[in-house]
Design a protein around this ligand. Structure first.
Ligand SMILES: [Zn+2]
Length: 379
């Protein structure tokens, strides 16, 4: 077994990283791991961290390997933002941490999972640390693409590019690691377009499958302006519900834990001011997290939607490519019958524009309504 076993379909990247583990001349103090969402950037970073800590270079079995991979190693810090950005204060904390020698391990590893979410000031603060490397400290920055990271950070780190793994590789992983049945694993890998995390969720969560199906079938329902407005509202509702369902329990647990830490009486009708202010800042954090999650969910729905028009185009052109929505072939056929290739491209453009606008902080519902108007089928 090896620490790299879950880093699937990334042979060139794994070759580069394992060479760095073995050969000090191939090692450097800052790495930039890029790859599309779901390609396994953070899995790769954790595997690299484990290989660096492991006395045998990444056996995958020892204590160092296991704790580095599951995020409990004392000298491996993983920073994942759940809000919309990583703030300068957080970046300064990391820079301070980077000055310390590793406590037990061979390296101090700091993994920043969303380096594309560093604010400008946070990126500046971090840059100083990258400019003055500390021996035995390694930074691993993860982002969707190099363009998402400011150029000064890019130029001070070594770039390793991950690619989208094949559908088969993702399905294999679900079967091997998560015990998913092979046909379900294949459906989930295909429907998620090789997004490992999402494939896992689709395979294990029926609600996620229903949500996806609802989004796919919207494509055959939009005929009038009224339908378009309804479809936009449905998309937005689906995202909000999914976001609330996943956060309600966690939000409540965090609140209870904070009350315990502060020694507050959970049954008291009013809390003293210092507790109120702590609770208010927790709620603010939770709200930022919900906003980000709900936006991510909308984006995910748009990727699902896009896949239907892409599949319809595949059918129309008769290309021998596999459909993403093999399980919803009838829906795809219906769309392919009524929309010309030109209209399909217009629909795909409209979805792309909506994704860009939402990423640029346009209110999602507005962007979705504008998009849905371009998805209308001829009457
Ligand atoms: Zn090991």
């Amino acid at each position: 077994m090896s620490v790299w076993r879950d880093v699937i379909g990334q042979e060139p990247a794994v070759a580069t990283l394992s060479r760095a583990v073995e050969d000090p001349a191939a090692m450097t103090h800052a790495w930039l791991l890029t790859g599309p969402p779901g390609s396994g950037r953070s899995v790769a970073a954790r595997a690299f961290a484990a290989a660096l800590q492991c006395p045998s270079g990444g056996c995958g079995e020892c204590r160092e390997c296991r704790t580095a991979a599951d995020g409990t190693h004392a000298d491996v810090d993983v920073i994942a933002t759940e809000g919309l950005s990583i703030k300068v204060e957080q970046a300064r904390d990391l820079v301070a941490l980077a000055q310390h020698r590793p406590s037990l391990g061979r390296w101090r590893v700091i993994i920043v999972e969303d380096a594309d979410r560093l604010t400008e000031r946070a990126a500046d603060a971090l840059l100083k640390a990258l400019e003055e490397p500390v021996p035995r400290t390694v930074w691993m920055l993860c982002a969707p693409s190099v363009e998402d990271v400011i150029i000064t950070i890019r130029s001070r780190s070594r770039h390793v590019r991950l690619r989208t793994p094949s559908v088969e590789a993702v399905a294999d992983l679900l079967v091997r690691r998560d015990g998913v049945d092979p046909p379900m694993a294949m459906y989930a890998a295909r429907a998620s377009q090789s997004h490992v995390g999402l494939a896992r969720r689709l395979a294990r969560d029926e609600h996620a499958r229903i949500r996806r199906h609802d989004v796919i079938t919207l494509t055959t329902k939009i005929r009038s302006v009224g339908d378009a407005i309804d479809a936009a509202s449905d998309l937005s509702t689906i995202a909000t519900e999914e976001s609330q369902a996943s956060s309600a329990e966690r939000d409540a647990a965090e609140r209870t834990r904070l009350m315990e830490v502060l020694g507050a009486d959970p049954t008291a009708r009013t809390q003293p001011p210092h507790i109120r202010s702590q609770l208010a800042s927790l709620e603010k954090e939770q709200k930022a997290r919900a906003t980000r999650f709900s936006r991510d969910m909308v984006d995910r729905s748009l990727v699902d939607l896009l896949s239907v028009y892409r599949d319809a185009l595949v059918l129309r052109t008769g290309a021998p490519t596999a459909l993403v929505n093999e399980d919803s072939r009838q829906t795809v056929q219906q769309v392919a019958q009524v929309l010309s290739s030109e209209r399909l491209l217009v629909a795909m453009d409209a979805i792309g524009t909506a994704r860009e606008r939402i990423a640029a902080n346009v209110q999602p519902l507005l962007a979705l309504e504008a998009m849905a108007l371009d998805l209308r089928l001829p009457r």
